[in-house]
Design a protein around this ligand. Sequence first.
Ligand SMILES: Cc1ncc(COP(=O)(O)O)c(C=O)c1O
Length: 402
Amino acid sequence: MKKKQKTSMPDAKDWQLATKMVRGGRLQSPFGETSEALFLNSSYTYDTAEEGEGRFDGSIEGFKYGRYSHPNLAMLEERLRLMEGAEGCIAAASGMAAVFASLMCQLKAGDHVAASSVLFSSCHYIITQILPRFGITYTLVESGDMAAWAKAITKKTKCVFMETPANPTLELVDIAAIAKLCKKTGTCLIVDNVFATPLLQHPLKLGADVVVYSTTKHIDGQGRTLGGAILGSRTFIDDVALPFIRHTGPHMSPFTAWVLLKSLETLPLRVAKHCDNAEVLADLLSKNPKVTRLIYPGLKSHPQYAIAKKQMSRGGPMIAFELKGGKKAAFAFMNALQVVDISNNLGNAKSLITHPASTTHASIGAPERKKCGISDGLLRLSVGIEDVVDLKKDITAALAAV
Ligand SMILES: Cc1ncc(COP(=O)(O)O)c(C=O)c1O
């Protein structure tokens, strides 16, 4: 009994986004299940030796081994690909596996990488600690300094890596402007789009070559799984990223891929609610005299508001702010919160507050934090999808307790 695969219909790419997120890539077994099935197995059998040979030489379609692909991964990668409007997608075991693979699959000794200076600490570590061990040099560039970007990106620059908005200061980089520089030198522009989420910013349309995600964040959205994804041209994914991932093994498990397939169905609804709540809370925080600095891409007070308007459709689910009184005030505020949880993670249905200097960005050291504007009083708020009335009450009461 063979089931007709509706998602292989040629019009899947023409579906509206919400339809792609619910139905894109679906494979149904002969049982005709509504919810995608979970295929928890590592390997496959062949009816004949010839079939095994055919699957390996590509003349017969089908799965071979879990490190290469599996049904849940195939469904997820196709759904992510349709969502991003990319030619190809490959998922990975975590966001960092995706970031590392997107760089390492194409770099060699003697190459140069330019990156925005404000980065998640593990991205910073890869560029400043791991790549140099393999003879790859780097330049960190302040996000808004276009003259410095123009100087840093040369013919030797194989990749540019950037986060926009950046973790944790929400600094922005003008994707289209950097893409233009990269085109001149043949440089691969990789954008970590985690903070914008796949719904608010479309780096490939702005000229980027590769987009990476930690699916651990808003794509999962409920704090259950670690995962990552790389999206780009068919040739980049098939000929460059795929061999690297297949042979080095940072693949995504069937269970994670299955959870994420379910998550994607509700991503547009969740991101809209995250943004609605974040806009209310950014406004609330911006009016409180105890808040000395409020950074939110959706507010005119963001130093790079013009870039936000140009490349993001909304301000996003993340807010950064500083309180009068530095670390002591920041800790007092965190400890007074009753609804918002203290965590180093982000992108959850539950609102989460982070003190980057002592957690996510502790490892980059105080001098580097100072250079990046990560003060001891900086807080990062990942706004959840609770009722905003409760979040407002919680934040107002915690500010009063400082
Ligand atoms: C911007 C950004 N990129 C990548 C990662 C890494 O993701 P993962 O924890 O899934 O490896 C993170 C994690 O916080 C992040 O904030």
